[in-house]
Design a protein around this ligand. Structure first.
Ligand SMILES: *Cc1c(COP(=O)(O)O)cnc(C)c1O
Length: 361
């Protein structure tokens, strides 16, 4: 493949495998559902599925993602985490042997037409406090009644989702205990822990853990965990210095003239911008890794370029030098924090025009 622009995302398959092993170490008694929705958090869904094939199941957000995996030959259990969006998907879920989350009565109704020869694996999703999707605990009797009316055979799991396992212990425990309470009615395998829950609350691991972000080596926001849990970034977003130029003190740089040189300044123009998914709202001072140093972004992010103040490495920097936006020297979480967002968003946001280059080291 000829790369005409130097912006690229290096995806390290060994890092994905390593991170899955870290999940296994943290949750040795649980099965692992590797969450690879949103194109594997930007890493490529098939690539992520391949590297993470030692998991026990994949979690995806939509049926097309699941079918992509089936067509690529993956035989694993695949769970549609939000279930079906329309009744028309019931038959596809059956044909492709997909597990479905069922979070509301209308989704249960769609299963009424299935006959006794058919089988479906259902993850009953309960709302224990997130208030987005899921049945209320009080719905349990009505759910059991509907399930008993289904003609098809079913396998049942229970699931719920933490809203703040990174920050709020009391609330997390409340959610966990609600799921335990619900289970008295169903007595089924259970799952509630996302990456933050996996790292912070071992008692919540239950039968299935559902790691997403930690598989990609980024932070789930758990204070202290980034040091204690040994994760490796699976993506390095990088490009190259495409121009170097000196500007005089007092000159402004970039769109809107928002940045002004306080002294005679050497600028490196790096071939990456918001058209590649580098966040446009990254402020001046956001670190970029060049010549083994953190150097600050200067001026606004353009579609295809950024400008970086490299005065302090003026002696070393050369045209064509590598510039790392995140994944080595600078973490995606550092960039995210500067932008008022989270690593998840930046990883998902890397655009299709950025070639994903696989390595395994
Ligand atoms: C995305 C998702 C996860 C993974 O969450 P992380 O914070 O990335 O670990 C787990 N469960 C469900 C239902 C999800 O939608």
């Amino acid at each position: 493949m000829t790369l005409y622009r130097p912006a690229q995302a290096i995806i390290n398959l060994a890092a994905l495998k390593h991170n899955l092993q870290q999940v296994r170490k943290l949750a040795p008694s649980s099965k692992v559902m590797a969450v690879i929705k949103a194109n594997g958090y930007g890493h490529g869904i098939q690539r992520a599925a391949n590297a993470l094939s030692a998991c026990d199941a994949y979690g995806v957000a939509s049926i097309d993602e699941a079918i992509t995996l089936r067509q690529a030959g993956f035989l694993h259990r695949i769970v549609l985490l939000e279930g079906l969006f329309s009744e028309a998907e019931v038959i596809q879920a059956l044909n492709h042997r997909l597990d479905i989350a069922v979070h509301a009565f209308h989704q249960l109704d769609w299963l009424m037409s299935l006959d006794a020869s058919q089988h479906i694996s259902i993850w009953l999703k309960f709302d224990t406090g997130m208030h987005r999707l899921g049945f209320y605990p009080e719905d349990s009797d009505a759910i059991a009644e509907r399930l008993s009316q289904l003609k098809c055979s079913t396998q049942i799991h229970l699931m719920s989702h933490f809203s703040s396992a990174d920050t709020d212990e009391a609330f997390t425990m409340k959610q966990f205990n609600r799921l335990l309470e619900i289970d008295k009615r169903f007595q089924a395998p259970k799952s509630i822990a996302n990456s933050a829950g996996i790292q912070r609350f071992p008692q919540t691991h239950m039968n299935w853990v559902r790691p997403g972000i930690m598989l990609y080596g980024a932070s789930a926001g758990v204070e202290g965990s980034d040091e204690t849990v040994n994760l490796k970034p699976a993506m390095v977003l990088k490009s190259k210095v495409m121009n170097l130029k000196w500007v005089d003190a007092g000159e402004t740089v970039g769109y809107g003239n928002t940045w002004q040189a306080e002294q005679k300044t050497l600028l490196a123009v790096v071939a990456v911008g918001y058209g590649d998914g580098y966040p446009r709202h990254a402020p001046a001072g956001t670190p970029v890794w060049i010549c083994g140093r953190k150097v600050p972004l200067a001026g606004r992010v353009s579609m295809d370029m950024i400008t970086v103040d490299v005065t302090e490495i003026a002696d070393q920097i050369r045209m064509g030098d590598e510039a790392i936006l995140w994944g080595e020297g600078v973490t995606v979480d550092e960039v995210a924090e500067k932008c008022g967002t989270i690593g998840y968003e930046l990883l998902c946001q890397v655009t299709p025009r950025v070639p994903r280059i696989e390595i395994e080291v």
